[in-house]
Design a binder for this molecule. Structure first.
Ligand code: SAH
Length: 356
């Protein structure tokens, strides 16, 4: 026989379950398994996500007895904010500490009436694009749905006044489509009106072009905006910059994008970071325009954000504006994304759990 003490500890570890991150159905099922009606699960779901209850005691329409029972078997646990870096432009970068001690970064970007939250999907990134700081740290693991949602909840909750309307971009650390399951589960709660209620039209998932996952992802989340990181117009160059191109070359990525059934008026964004002398020539701009011919596309040209030890340099202002002019002349909608938060290493491609 085992000593009773050990059995108690094991039983306790087994049953205290974190509800944060679970779907409505899962929470209902947990309650039903304990002999409660499903609607109790629904109440808890709303309290937790829509009203931000941090513990069961706050759920005042549940009886005192039920609240005490719930606290014995469940918990509502989010990562903690370990560091906060405020840029001179108002951008805030958060370093979060996860339950296992690992770290991940989240960025809040204010822009007048626009409030954008940039979420990470993995700890580190396995893709190793040469221009991206996140690729320089070790890839550890996928984030759980609750760890993705908590980034939004914590960053939004940190603002003095919670913004009425928010945009969410999955453009932080990691490759969302290598964590498709986690991202889809997070999106379900993020967009549910009974939970975090973010409009799907205000959410963009950015991918380096994991062709195998694109179709299934867009079938399951057809109203979510998609952005594809292209960054080169020949396989030779893209192979060098983004090793994933050896698996999914340019034309396959673009063909997959072309095949996606898009809601009316919806376009796919193609991201193109301008790397001085590497991918920013007029020939590149012309090739990009012809690659995207017939695709419901817009192009987001991104100024390169350098980081300590980065192997690339920015394009000159002249090269940048010439590049955009060629795209516009070819009938493409092209916009230049400004750098935000680069003084605290919070801009695109600068997330590596370091603050400079
Ligand atoms: N893995 C996903 C999402 C993360 S990055 C993807 O590849 O799309 C979000 C965008 O920032 C991508 O387009 C990425 O290529 C770009 N980016 C990476 N490093 C950058 C840098 N140093 N400067 C500017 N943009 C960068």
């Amino acid at each position: 026989m085992k000593p009773p003490g050990a059995a108690v500890i094991r039983a306790k570890n087994d049953i205290v379950k974190n509800l944060f991150g679970l779907s409505r159905e899962r929470i209902e099922a947990e309650l039903v398994a304990l002999g409660h009606p499903a609607f109790r699960g629904r109440q808890i779901y709303r309290w937790m996500y829509a009203r931000g209850a941090a513990d069961f005691e706050a759920m005042t329409d549940l009886s005192r007895g039920l609240r005490a029972d719930l606290s014995r078997v469940f918990t509502i646990a989010l990562p903690s904010i370990a560091e906060r870096h405020v840029s001179r432009d108002g951008t805030i970068k958060y370093l979060l500490e996860l339950a296992d001690g690992r770290n991940v970064e989240t960025v809040y970007i204010p822009d007048g009436e626009r409030h954008t939250f940039c979420l990470s999907t993995q700890v580190g990134c396995p893709l190793k694009c040469t221009f991206c700081f996140s690729g320089t740290i070790r890839f550890e693991r996928n984030l759980e749905p609750g760890e993705i949602l908590a980034q939004f909840v914590l960053a939004r909750g940190d603002l003095p006044v919670p913004p009425a309307r928010t945009n969410v971009v999955f453009m932080g650390m990691g490759e969302p489509l290598l964590n498709t399951e986690g991202v889809l589960a997070a999106l379900e709660v993020l967009t549910d009106d009974d939970a975090l209620a973010v409009s799907p039209r205000r959410i963009t998932v950015s991918t380096a072009g994991v062709v195998d996952q694109l179709e299934a992802f867009s079938a399951k989340a057809p109203t979510i905006g998609l952005a594809i990181s292209l960054h080169a117009t020949t396989n030779e160059r893209r192979d060098q910059l983004m090793p994933i191109n050896r698996k999914y070359p340019i034309r396959e990525v673009i063909e997959a994008a072309r095949r996606l059934p898009l809601p009316r008026r919806r376009r796919i964004t193609f991201e193109y970071v301008l790397l001085g002398g590497d991918n920013d020539t007029l020939e590149d701009a012309h090739r990009l325009a012809s690659l995207l011919e017939g695709v419901k596309a817009k192009v987001n040209v991104i100024a390169y954000n350098p980081w300590p030890g980065a192997p690339h340099k920015r394009s000159t202002p002249e090269a940048s504006s010439n590049f955009i002019e060629v795209l516009a002349a070819a009938g493409l909608t092209a916009s230049l994304r400004r750098s935000r938060g680069d003084d605290v290493l919070a801009a695109c491609g600068q997330l590596a759990n370091k603050s400079g």
